[in-house]
Design a protein around this ligand. Sequence first.
Ligand code: MF3
Ligand code: CO
Ligand code: CO
Length: 305
Amino acid sequence: MEVNISLNIYGGIVKLEMMKKLSRNDLCWCGSGKKYKKCHMEQDEYLRKLGNELGFKIPRDIIKTKEQIEGIRKSGEVTKGALDLVGERIKAGVTTDEINTWVHEFTIEHGAYPAPLGYGGFPKSVCTSINNVVCHGIPDDTVLKEGDIINVDVTSILDGYYADASRMYIIGEASEEAINLVNDTKIAMEKGIEQVKPFNTVGDIGYAIQSFAEFKGYSVVYEYGGHGVGVKFHEEPFVAHVGKRGEGMVLLPGMVFTIEPMINIGRPETKVLEDDWTAVTIDGSLSAQWEHTILVTENGYDILT
Ligand code: MF3
Ligand code: CO
Ligand code: CO
């Protein structure tokens, strides 16, 4: 018998699991085909103890095992490498299709697969989002020109593990306001990352990002957010880049999620173009985004990309 109930406890959705107690030699619940004692038994015992101390049960399916974390970390090396390569080659005159080819080939050469390709029908291997494009821009024959700012968003799948990151690139000399937006959005991401430690909440991350961005006179996109990642492209929790301190899901060691604020010079609202993917600012204002995949550790965080 297996019963799953979702409850809102301690500001977060916690799944209470009433499971048949497995014995050491049973097959593990995760479907690996391994014996429980060789798979999740040790971790479940740790979570049960931690949960007892805290007075609630910890949902084991959003806490990654050591093996999964190492897999995501390796995948993160590929993601990082692809973004470094883009940084070496990107310049005025290059098309976003060329960036797509660089990322695709680098990913395959490193034994990985580009997660965007075919994801929900997405036609390319990377997202390229220029100027007023907020996210999910599709590579095509658009030529980069002096003064553009562009986000390149790479997600690799290596041995089944996903690692998701994006960076901004400034093409030649850009306006001061564009450069400031790019730099301030990176700082906003870092302020969010600094909030990551056990028993802080998702709301602490959103609050740190939103308060910094708004202090600088920008607006924060609320229609898209960060997300759990690792075994799938998008997992729980949703990581809003706006929020209130202490609200939302509590962070626990072993959780892996992205922080990827999208910040606009003008209004925060977005709309999706006819291609069903490209999200742009509703007022045509510039938008920037940076992204990392983050692990919650025993005493803080570890950046896996
Ligand atoms: N990499 C994006 C993210 O940060 C998701 C892109 S989905 C795609 O979540 F289909 F557009 F690739
Ligand atoms: Co992401
Ligand atoms: Co991404």
